[in-house]
Design a protein around this ligand. Structure first.
Ligand code: MG
Length: 244
């Protein structure tokens, strides 16, 4: 149930999502759909650039790429209203606790983060655990697999829109499946997930949208000093409303 809005950002007292063991692997390691754009299939990072450097500095090995301290990587391409599939694995053996345990993130336009974190038998504030909309919305359940195992995010993201007066006319909306379990259901973001003030109550007023930006957005993988692995990344536009 949606909280009453009286939580602080990163409120440790917010109820921990129920732990659910995912069923059989859900689309993990499976080929991309025929209309998807493959962003990474283990064969190079041609679709990516570094956040700090022109070339992505993350090393690839076998079919995966690893986060390093050299800064995040982001797609050269941009999309609005998309379905994104990402697989990731937290470091094994695990190290660190809470937010320093397998932390990375899917940073849409470097503004809207779906958290990547090793939340398997490891607690942190609920709005910062795996598949949280960071600082805003805890996952509906904790569907995390053990460190080292491949996990999937399937993210449906509707871009925010502004009118030509610069007024926000549609907030960003996200649905997330973590290992096949719904963890965010058409959640309407209250603003950007960075730069939020943890002391603000209710949490909804702690986050704001930026100045208007293009509805087409890049996908960034966060460098948070933990060597999280990523593989099998693809995206397909949703073309909302075109067939209505
Ligand atoms: Mg993160």
């Amino acid at each position: 149930m949606e909280p009453a809005g009286t939580w602080y950002v990163h409120d440790e007292k917010r109820p921990q999502p129920k732990v659910v063991t995912p069923g059989a692997a859900f689309s993990q390691g499976a080929p991309a759909p025929s209309d998807a754009e493959v962003l990474f299939d283990g064969h190079g990072l041609a679709k990516w650039e570094g956040v700090k450097t022109p070339e992505p500095s993350w090393p690839t090995q076998d079919d995966y790429v690893s986060s390093t301290r050299a800064g995040g990587i982001r797609t050269k391409g941009k999309w609005e209203d998309f379905q994104l599939h990402v697989e990731w694995a937290a470091p094994n053996p695990p190290s660190g606790t809470s937010q320093s345990r397998g932390n990375s993130g899917i940073l849409i336009n470097n503004m809207y983060e779906i958290q990547v974190l090793d939340s398997y038998q490891s607690e942190t504030y609920p709005d910062g655990q795996a598949s949280a909309v960071y600082g805003q919305s805890p996952p509906l359940v904790n569907a995390c697999k053990p460190p080292g195992e491949w996990q999937s995010y399937d993210i449906l993201f509707e871009s925010p829109r502004w009118n030509n007066k610069g007024e926000l006319v549609k907030k960003a909306i996200v649905t997330v499946l973590h290992n096949g379990l719904v963890t965010q259901n058409h959640y309407e973001l209250v603003g950007c997930t960075d730069g939020i003030n943890p002391s603000v109550v209710p949490y909804r007023s702690a986050s704001k949208y930026s100045a208007p930006h293009d509805s087409k957005m890049f996908i960034q993988l966060q460098d948070h000093n933990n060597p999280v692995r990523f593989r099998n990344i693809w995206i397909r536009p949703m073309h909302l409303g075109e067939n209505l």
